[in-house]
Design a protein around this ligand. Structure first.
Ligand code: WQD
Length: 341
């Protein structure tokens, strides 16, 4: 069966393509390569032995997207990753985010409607919860006013999908990620931040390998045990596997509602200092970091209640924080070795 993976050359997308191929699915990727490179398909092929088809165009282009679906009306399901996701950038350029993230989704829904494609997995985010009132946070926790235009595009996208499932007669699953980190054990694919990393773990590994001088820890006066903010970090391979399970669920007709939402987290929260400690343990290195002011828009703490995903999806995150930081470190070292070739 053919699965369309939009944004499939990106961080989570590429790891999901690997797991889809491992499960026997035929994969076609649509990507505009705005945040990744076409060589990722060769890396995927090195891992799985199968080169996914890659079509390069922008999903905000209505005509190109419509033409694509006419040429591929045998798609059994779509996993939609393609979106801009830098929180800070979205504050600087809100319209860029609303145009890109919402128009691409709407064009995909139109394509599904015009070609009888019935299954959609949507890449959402725990950011929709803001700072939850209760922890751990479960799927029925209230969605709060978004802290950024990026987060708002995820909320609005979920609402657009919710309103469309009945009208279009489609099935949709929104997967709310917590903090995806790490890399495939082969160290052939992983996170490839362009420019200065926004996220914690790539900044840690780039500091350790010498690309960055010093990691800035954004605040240590939060009301948490060690004063630094807490997040639910989840290995990208564990996350990828949940997408395959979601596609299986829709195709096998196991859904209980037309629109389902699942939190994808481990249920364990780790502070910034605890992630640093894990990295130092697995790498054997002392990380150069300093405490600075808080980052605008950061919440204090969030971690998932994964019970519903564990029970209903039959999925559970397996990898420990040390396995996550070690895989990220192996990937960073492989990246640097390839650069020096
Ligand atoms: C983690 C912690 C920072 C960098 C974002 C998105 C979220 C999701 C995951 C897409 C925080 C601290 C970070 C640094 C630091 N993305 N930090 N120094 O902000 O929790 O979530 O990525 O779905 O939607 O918002 O992730 O990795 O940026 O930060 O101290 O140089 O590390 O303050 O406490 P975040 P992050």
């Amino acid at each position: 069966m053919k699965i369309l993976v939009t944004g499939g050359t990106g961080f989570i997308g590429s790891h999901t393509v690997v797991e889809l191929q491992n499960k026997g699915y035929e994969v076609i990727i649509v990507d505009n390569l705005s945040n990744s490179g076409s060589d990722i398909v060769d890396k995927i092929a090195q891992i799985t032995g199968i080169t996914p088809v890659l079509e390069i165009f922008d999903l905000t282009d209505k005509q190109k997207t419509s033409d694509f679906f006419k040429r591929h009306n045998d798609i059994a399901g779509i996993i939609h990753f393609a979106a801009y996701k830098a929180v800070g950038e979205s504050v600087q350029k809100p319209l860029l985010y609303y145009h890109n993230n919402l128009e691409s989704l709407i064009n995909i829904l139109d394509g599904m409607n015009e070609n009888g494609i019935r299954n959609l997995v949507f890449s959402s985010s725990c950011t929709v919860y803001g700072q939850p009132d209760e922890l751990p946070v479960s799927e029925n926790a209230p969605v709060k006013a978004a802290e950024s235009p990026y987060g708002n595009t995820k909320q609005i996208s979920e609402e657009i999908i919710y309103d469309s499932v009945k009208a279009l007669g489609i099935n949709a699953i929104a997967l709310r990620y917590f903090n995806p980190i790490g890399a495939h054990p082969s160290a052939l694919i992983g996170e490839l931040p362009i420019g200065v990393p926004n996220n914690l773990v790539p900044f840690i590994t780039q500091t350790a390998i010498g690309i960055r001088q010093c990691l800035s820890v954004f605040g240590d006066t939060y009301p948490t045990p060690d004063g630094t903010a807490i997040r639910d970090y989840i290995h990208v391979v564990d996350l990828a596997k949940a997408h395959v399970i979601s596609v299986d669920r829709m195709i096998d007709g196991k859904m209980k509602e037309n629109f389902e939402v699942f939190n994808l987290g481990t249920g364990n929260g780790y502070s910034v200092l605890e992630v640093i400690k894990s990295f130092e343990k697995v790498s054997g290195l002392k990380l150069n970091y300093k405490i600075v002011d808080r980052r605008e828009g950061d919440i204090t703490q969030v971690w998932a209640d994964p019970e519903y995903s564990n029970r209903e999806l039959g999925w559970k995150a397996e990898k420990s924080i040390d396995e996550m930081t070690l895989s990220a470190w192996k990937w960073e070292k492989a990246l640097q070795q390839n650069k020096s070739k």
